[in-house]
Design a protein around this ligand. Structure first.
Ligand code: SAM
Length: 217
């Protein structure tokens, strides 16, 4: 986007908080240098959009911390031939990153106001490879699967089984797993020898609420 007043802050954020913390994938660095994160938060938070923090969005939800967005994207190992399912559209920021890296992105958000807002925010980017729907993502999106990659951007007690069932052989899934107050990033890799599980950073995400997640409080 031309005439972007936050261009300098964004380049600095990527250098310091993304590259500076060990993310090396040039494709991820490139899209994070390009995508205006401030567009995904309300006007009064624009000036905070390029610090390395989660920020409040509508409906009591959050846009994730930029480093964690980068880290989850790196763990997921997204290729341009991949079909990706995202659970938790939120602001749409991570959706756009995935859309620039993958062939197709299917994103589910349980709160319809957020899904609508994300669709509005994404419209100016002219994407033709993204579908967003309001639905309980813990049951997945069977009609469009199976997927090469699945990213869950809300904290779950454990990985929802329907999501593992919608993963292609060789596929990968990233999810924050733990309790409601804190989780750890987990990577699942479905191989011919079975399901492999790797652990990453400690994180704090809003809860994944649904049939195979937490109940609403
Ligand atoms: N990736 C988002 C972004 O870039 O803005 C941040 C996502 S936010 C941390 C988590 C989102 O997951 C919230 O918008 C929440 O409403 C959504 N969510 C929680 N449970 C869900 C479910 N079962 N299905 C779909 N979305 C869900």
């Amino acid at each position: 986007m031309s005439g972007d007043p936050y261009e300098f802050q964004r380049q600095r954020m990527v250098k310091k908080h993304i590259q500076g913390r060990g993310i090396e994938d040039p494709r991820i660095l490139k899209v994070m240098r390009q995508i205006p994160r401030h567009v995904f938060v309300r006007d009064s938070l624009h000036h905070q959009a390029y610090s390395d923090h989660a920020l409040r969005i509508e409906q009591g939800q959050t846009i994730s911390q930029p480093y964690i967005v980068a880290r989850m994207t790196e763990m997921l190992d997204v290729g341009e031939e991949h079909s990706v399912l995202e659970i938790g559209t939120g602001s749409g920021y991570q959706t756009l990153i995935l859309a620039r890296l993958a062939r197709r992105v299917y994103s589910l958000e349980r709160i319809s106001e957020l899904a609508k807002k994300a669709i509005e925010r994404l419209r100016p980017f002219g994407l033709d490879n993204v579908k967003i729907q309001t639905f309980d993502g813990t049951v997945g999106w069977g009609g469009e699967g199976p997927y090469d990659r699945i990213m869950v951007t809300a904290g779950a007690p454990e990985v929802p089984k329907p999501l593992l069932d919608q993963l292609k052989m060789g596929g990968k899934l990233v999810i924050p797993e733990g309790d409601r107050r804190g989780q750890r990033l987990m990577l699942y890799h479905l191989t011919e020898d079975g399901l492999r599980r790797f652990s990453g950073e400690e994180v704090t995400f809003v809860p994944l609420i649904g049939r195979f997640g937490w109940t609403e409080e």
